[in-house]
Design a protein around this ligand. Structure first.
Ligand SMILES: Nc1ncnc2c1ncn2[C@@H]1O[C@H](COP(=O)(O)OP(=O)(O)OP(=O)(O)O)[C@@H](O)[C@H]1O
Length: 231
């Protein structure tokens, strides 16, 4: 289980997160929602070791992680799929996937076939350049790259942004399959209301860096969620 307690984060003088706490359990999708600029990406970056936090604690399966660098967070089992995908356009699909396991020891560096089972299109396009893929395929590549280490925590930042509906459906199916395996804590930042509602086991909403709502999805109707997301 991933827990974040009382996290405070700043960019220079601006305080962005004000004591944010979150719990993400294995086999569940914890959906982080909020309008633009409320601090969702900053929260994921802090968990992934991409931006330092000032105060608070991040714990994975009871062990405090401390202030980790991005590579140490990856080694600890935290995988991050950034908003905007950040795949390498001039590298092949296979090479892009290989960048995902740079944090692992040499003998563990192999892309397992189950990644291609989740994303058959990537198997077909293994030798193609990342930049030749459609936006939706690049998003699938970014998720697959995060999965090559078999992480314990998967952080997804707006995976449906700018993606066509049939690929959104495929990404939803992959998240459901990963959840059904019951081992991964999935934290999904999402502004696509229907996609989030179809997947969330738990909601955490942010308003200007403060938690507005933190509850199991079964206890949160659409109206309550919309109210928590209103400006
Ligand atoms: N590198 C940075 N330097 C300074 N301010 C930043 C930086 N990154 C983000 N911010 C500011 O921090 C606040 C929270 O941004 P963040 O990206 O975490 O929000 P978000 O909820 O993910 O928004 P969005 O949905 O637009 O991605 C915003 O006011 C943003 O302008």
């Amino acid at each position: 289980m991933l827990t974040v307690e009382n996290l405070t984060l700043r960019y220079g003088q601006s305080q962005i997160l004000h004591g944010v706490s979150l719990t993400a359990r294995p086999g569940e999708v914890t959906c982080v929602m909020g309008n633009n600029g409320m601090g969702k990406t900053s929260l994921l970056k802090a968990i992934a070791g991409r931006h330092p936090y000032v105060d608070g604690q991040i714990t994975l399966d009871g062990a405090a992680l401390g202030h980790l660098s991005a590579s140490r967070a990856a080694r600890a089992g935290i995988a991050y799929v950034p908003q905007g995908r950040e795949i390498f356009p001039l590298m092949s699909v296979a090479e892009n996937l290989e960048t995902g396991f740079a944090c692992l020891p040499k003998d563990a560096r192999k892309v397992r076939e189950d990644v291609f089972e989740l994303f058959p299109v990537l198997a077909e396009m293994r030798g193609r350049r990342g930049g030749d893929l459609s936006g939706g395929q690049q998003q699938q590549l970014a998720i697959a790259r995060a999965l090559v280490t078999r992480p314990r925590v998967l952080l997804l930042d707006e995976p449906t942004e700018g993606i066509q509906p049939n690929i959104i459906a495929q990404i939803g199916e992959v998240i459901r399959r990963l959840r059904a395996e019951g081992e991964m804590c999935i934290v999904l930042v999402e502004q696509n209301f229907d996609f989030a509602r179809g997947l969330a086991d738990r909601y955490l909403t942010l308003r200007r860096g403060v938690v507005e709502l933190d509850a199991p999805a079964v206890d949160v109707g659409a109206e309550r969620l919309l109210e928590a997301l209103s400006l």
